[in-house]
Design a protein around this ligand. Structure first.
Ligand code: FAD
Length: 406
């Protein structure tokens, strides 16, 4: 196996690191401080638009997209180190137009959108002019089983009518969020995985209302945030359905593979940042006459963090390679890393918080936000238990001659 980066990755990584060090890093902390001090944080501060323009002009734009003309044209393995690097910062992915949920939504449109849908929504998303949300999870039903979904997308002549309530719709608070992909029940009589449709909903369509913004463990995550959104008799042309009625599950599978891998790659970057901060703190601060690093089991904890990060990185790269080369077989590997990586990142960040003492929980360091991001990803895009279920099913199917594989 060759662990070296491709030439293109190396070249982009050098440029990305220099962009982050010279442009993003000096502005990131003041940006968060300004946003936190605002009465109304649902705004785009000039720093973000300025950084977006610079990233675009330096060719650090849409790197996630496997299309050479409109994006990086990279394989998942090639994109991994770049996503990891972006994960060290809370704003880098956004300024490079590589942030969730827009990347997943753009991939849906790129793969499955009609010419009209691409022109109306994909183009401005690729340009970074608008933002988007993905509305699947519902407050009233256990949404880790997506077949539970109650919201409806009912066909009525040449129109589709949406009704229902969604929550945890990330991005819905952003002032530039103009469109959501809504998942709803279209045909209850169809096969279990062909009942639902994905519909492109303009956020200003009559009947769409962002009811409130949720807090994730006290974080609003403004200005994108996570919204509770109601849909009441929202009437749209049937041409707003992506890929045709009943296609939602098939499309979701395609959307979630790369999306989950990207999340894991960014989390590895976040864990690297946490370990770096932990090491700096442990060598610079003194207690009981010694640097913190030399007290108790702190060296072992630092070593364990390094080992855990390296293991997770190899695991994620292997899943990325499987997705690039043997896509359907990658399902199990993607579920494995979707469990392993957020748990690893949560543990590493927790260790870094502990080494920072009380400061670790404050806003002086990015650690409390990092811990919450890692914790959230044990739920978002499917809870750990559901992914463990996939891994166990595939494992048992090797022995049960089919009876365990349903
Ligand atoms: C920060 C954040 C951002 C999110 N962004 C989005 C978004 O943009 N769009 C969107 O649609 N959703 C989003 N979500 C929602 C997320 O995908 C759901 O919370 C998740 O899929 C679980 O659904 P649920 O909350 O309804 O939990 P439930 O389905 O009620 O499950 C609750 C718990 O039951 C247990 N459980 C469930 N199934 C099993 C099983 N098979 N075996 C054992 N135990 C099980 C697990 O412990 C699980 O956590 C986001 C969530 C968070 C926290």
């Amino acid at each position: 196996m060759d662990f070296a980066h491709s030439e293109r990755t190396r070249e982009l990584l050098d440029r990305l690191i220099s962009f982050q060090e010279n442009e993003v890093a000096p502005r990131e902390e003041p940006y968060h401080r300004e946003l936190l001090s605002m009465q109304d944080p649902w705004v785009v501060l000039p720093a973000i638009e300025e950084l977006k323009a610079k990233a675009k002009s330096e060719g650090l734009w849409n790197l996630f997209l496997p299309d050479q003309e409109r994006g990086g044209g990279l394989s998942n393995v090639e994109y991994a180190p770049l996503a990891e690097r972006m994960g060290r910062s809370l704003i880098s992915a956004e300024v490079c137009n590589c942030n969730a949920p827009d990347t997943g939504n753009m991939e849906v449109l790129w793969h499955f959108g009609s010419a009209e849908q691409k022109e109306r929504w994909l183009e401005p998303l690729l340009e970074g002019e608008i933002r988007s949300a993905f509305c699947m999870t519902e407050p009233d039903v256990a949404s880790s089983d997506a077949t539970n979904m109650q919201a409806t997308a009912t066909l009525d002549g040449d129109e589709v009518v949406l009704n229902g309530r969604k929550w945890w719709s990330t991005g819905a608070g952003h002032p530039n969020c103009k469109v959501a992909i809504f998942m709803g029940l279209t045909d209850p009589a169809a096969d279990r995985y062909s009942q639902h449709s994905m519909v492109l909903v303009p956020l200003d369509a009559p009947g769409v209302k962002v009811e409130r913004m949720l807090q994730a463990m006290g974080f609003l995550d403004a200005p994108a945030g996570h919204g509770e959104v109601s849909f009441t008799d929202v009437r749209l042309p049937a041409s707003a359905i992506v890929g045709g009625p009943g296609q939602a599950f098939a499309i979701a599978q395609a959307r979630l593979g790369p999306g989950r891998i990207h999340h894991c790659m960014r989390l590895i970057g976040l864990a690297e940042l946490a370990l770096e901060l932990a090491c700096r703190r442990a060598t610079e601060r003194v207690a009981f006459g010694k640097p913190l690093a030399n007290l108790g089991g702190n060296r072992e904890r630092i070593a364990d963090a390094r080992i855990a990060i390296e293991q997770a990185r190899l695991h994620v790269l292997h899943a990325a390679w499987l997705l690039d080369t043997q896509s359907p077989q990658a399902i199990g590997a993607v579920s494995q890393i979707k469990v392993a990586t957020p748990n690893m990142a949560q543990r590493v960040v927790d260790m870094a918080i502990q080494l920072h003492g009380g400061g670790g929980l404050s806003n002086e360091f990015p650690l409390a936000g990092a811990w919450t991001a890692a914790r959230a990803l044990r739920l978002a895009d499917g809870p750990d238990e559901v992914h463990r279920g996939v891994v166990a099913r595939l494992e048992l199917a090797r022995y049960g001659k089919g009876k365990w594989s349903s």
